[in-house]
Ligand binder design. Sequence first.
Ligand SMILES: C[S@@+](CC[C@H](N)C(=O)[O-])C[C@H]1O[C@@H](n2cnc3c(N)ncnc32)[C@H](O)[C@@H]1O
Length: 273
Amino acid sequence: MLWIETVRMLSADLEEPFALEFVYRNLYELTKLDWLNLQRQEITDSERSVLTELAKRLKNNEPPQYIVGWTEFCDLRFKVDGRVLIPRPETEELVRLILSENDENECLSVLDIGTGSGAIAVALASKRKNWLIEASDLSSDALSVATENADRNAVSVHFTKSDVLSAFMERKKFDIIVSNPPYIAFSDTDEVDDSVIKYEPNSALFAENMGLAIYKKIAKEAPSVLTENGRIYLEIGYKQGQAVSQLFQKQFADKTVSVHQDIFGKDRMISVK
Ligand SMILES: C[S@@+](CC[C@H](N)C(=O)[O-])C[C@H]1O[C@@H](n2cnc3c(N)ncnc32)[C@H](O)[C@@H]1O
């Protein structure tokens, strides 16, 4: 049997027809041309069993990024596995917002709460060499992945295990606090893809209080660790603009709280300045 026949057969009942090609090419570091040349060759038994196993994992809705073990975020490569959320394009927009609103030449101290794979902290560190970047997470597993990602991308980020801001209270003063916390309400579980529920860490997805629990903690604790002119940037769920902005406006009455939309026009970010 030829490669092309095997690939067609195994891809027939996959939701994404090119997923098998994507996964195989990335695992074996093949160019598009390598892949096309392979298609005309006879497939060996061991190659067929590798492809069959990969197709089975894709059919079970395992995210391709976990199968290949990495994803791209802000033009950087991040290791990802079941210990961390796969960073999303919406979160790249949050990074871009921070970069566009804050001076490149100032030496700002930044904290990324709930860093997961380290995506936000590492991306900011790679773009702003003058900034002092710290990042935290409640999950020790996530912190190991994030530390590896900072090393792989050759940036300096200081990581701390912390429940929201508890490890920093009265100790640190940050110019910028950023967070993409877990924000899905348990009652919205049916809006989340099966693949996400099955493979991504639940602790990175869901929060109590209609998804607002971590925002409430950040709002309560941030005044102790933010500099006088400090700013907060948050990713939010598309239905949470009003609730989260009210929460922060109440706590930071002298600052301006704004809701920002993503490229699809949905409420996706909050800034507190
Ligand atoms: C939505 S993920 C975001 C990961 C990463 N920042 C990103 O944008 O891809 C939320 C992260 O918050 C962490 N987390 C959950 N509860 C937390 C808490 N109480 N304190 C600190 N981190 C928490 C989770 O472990 C997870 O890594």
